[in-house]
Write a new protein. Sequence first.
Length: 480
Amino acid sequence: MFRDENEASQKNSERARREVREGKAPAMSFDVLPSQVLQEQHPQASTHVVEPGLLLQYPWLSDRALAEVPGPLKRDVETRAVARFFVNWTLYPGNDGVVPGHMHDLYPLYLSAPPGSVLWLAVRAVACADMRHESVGDTPFHIKARQYYGAALNGLRVVAHEEHRLASDQVLAAILLIDNFEKMYLARIGPLGPHRDAIKHILHSGGNDYLFNQSSFALGCLAHKRLQARQILLREEPDPEQIMWVSKLNVDQPDIHITADVLHMNILFAAAKKLTESGEEVGSSLEEKVEQSTQLAHSIQNLIASIESWTSAMTGLWKPEVTDPQQIAQPREMDEPFDLPIPHFPYARMLSYHNLWLGCLWNFHAASQIVLRESLVDVINYGATIHGREPDRENMERIHTEQEAVDKLSSVIMWSIPLLLGFTRRYDSHPRSPPPGKMVGRLFCLCSMWVIQKARFTSLEHKQTASEVTKWINDRYRLG
């Protein structure tokens, strides 16, 4: 029933030797000779010498291999850094056409960018920062990263005075990368900062060009998300261009629906901030303030109900799975000379999304809801305060409901941390390599952590985890 492999191998060897004696072509094989002997016998040959029997089958070939086999492809460290940049910072769309990508159109833009251009410099700044522990000659890469970053900023200042050059996909992509650099490698808190006005100007100047070109549309979506991230943290109102942009999109697509939800949330919690922090406005009567707070509270509650209905109906790729967080392992990252201990993760559940980018989008959505629900509580308390009393029983129940909802949304974000940070499950005690686009997840994770740390109704445990995650990212990537 069982085949004797040793006996079969012995018979095959005997048959091969017999074929050589009889002049038959044997199976292809070659001998490896010591290099010294080879140089003496075949000074121009490689280390492989063909057996005599093989010449019977291929009589037109020389008995020596004279062709020189090229060595392995060798690239300088900076070129390898750029290649790693596109692995770490881009995510390609799914083949099913359902799951969108992140900066997947950046590579052709970079190839078309001349050396020394703003985009060329911005890519190399982030690429060198990713491999900051390497060096070229006497120049460490963390120094080169700062040099490229400074050159990119100077180039951006020059381009800012030339309208025809400023409103381009290359410049918009460069600004987004500069913003990434400042958040991840300079540990700046908050998105965009001084680059907000430049992005708003480019989107305004581009107009419909960011709707009818696939590459420009993908880049425009990222720019709008970056503006929204700032608005979430600061409770700022979206610009008219953002509102017009979303009004032209097909919200039946889940990723666009998320963008539209975030926009509507931004509008309402910005209005809540304006109302509750306005103080005693001239010309605003008590009745007008009561009416404003009542209408705003109803608008927020209606949006919350709509969001809950839509998210509960999600199925398939867009619905995350709850998994066991045991055996979470930090991925093996060859560009890091040391591994910082992973943040403490004291939770009994972990969310697993179809891919990293979906996890980023849902965390973005959850962070916006946290701010919206806390804004609703502010409006309810404001309405009671202008009456000179505490909220009534119905409003107190609503406040309690929103506090519980904030804690639940915060938990959803906490359970997604392993995915966003690129931590993987351990298999046979050997952690896998980090997933493609790992820096995208860590960037979005950082923004979510800021929201949780700033929120009033998130638990102390969640705030502690958010603080540890933020510190882990900053310690890991801050340039020396």
